[in-house]
Design a protein around this ligand. Structure first.
Ligand code: E4P
Length: 219
């Protein structure tokens, strides 16, 4: 399973990249706004900055919701860097745009996916990645992980090549469950990635090893 970081914060991207386990980055308009990245020129430059840090796929989301606008924006974004993946919302014109980008060899990430039916349509259109939002499903007391599992089953049965990118990840457990249920990629905040490191027995064991070493090597 590939690991993407879900942020537009350059310091956090660097910190995750330094771990040596990072395969890419996802952003969205809310994450860009959170970093104060405003206006087309600044947004474009920010994507270039991210691509300069991480050697992996970087999802850049279109703002337009009409076909012509999504095509114009997506082509501009894709031209920024070979690692840019154009992120397109799961709406009717979005599916048309993904089909167009597929024909043109531009890679896409279909975002805001909440059902297996949507996942089938995106795969038919040739999306490179599909982003089911598991945390937002959990937020309304459904089970986001059931959706990952059901999409993974459908894609395996049908032989679809679209990669399942578990998004809206909130916790380390979401990462573990995504791996169990067949996600190809997980995109998560830095806190969830770092949360995977934690186990009290690791800390206790290390403290004991170091204490024993210090005792034995006392001058
Ligand atoms: C990533 O591609 C999504 O935009 C993101 O994971 C959404 O996460 P949120 O539900 O925590 O905003």
């Amino acid at each position: 399973m590939k690991f993407f970081i879900d942020t537009a914060n350059l310091d956090q991207i660097r910190e995750a990249n330094d771990l040596g386990i990072l395969d890419g980055v996802t952003t969205n308009p809310s994450l860009m706004a959170k970093e104060g990245i405003v206006g087309e020129a600044a947004v474009m430059q920010h994507y270039k900055d991210i691509c300069a840090i991480v050697d992996g796929d970087v999802s850049a989301e279109v703002i337009s919701t009409d076909y012509a606008g999504m095509i114009a924006e997506g082509e501009k974004l894709a031209a920024l860097h070979e690692n840019i993946v154009v992120k397109v919302p799961m709406i009717k014109d979005g599916i048309k745009a993904i089909s167009y980008f597929t024909r043109k060899g531009i890679r896409t990430n279909c975002t805001l996916v909440f059902s297996a039916g949507q996942a089938i349509l995106a795969a038919k259109a040739g999306a490179t990645y599909l982003s089911p939002f598991i945390g937002r499903i959990d937020d309304i007391s459904w089970d986001g992980m059931d959706l990952i599992k059901s999409i993974a089953e459908i894609y395996a049965v049908q032989g679809y090549e679209t990669q399942i990118l578990a998004a809206s990840v909130r916790t380390p457990l979401h990462i573990v469950q995504s791996a169990t249920n067949g996600a190809d990629v997980v995109t998560c905040p830095l806190s969830a990635i770092l949360g995977l490191l934690k186990h009290p027995l690791t800390d206790i064991g290390l403290a004991q090893f170091l204490a024993d070493h210090a005792k034995a090597n006392k001058a």
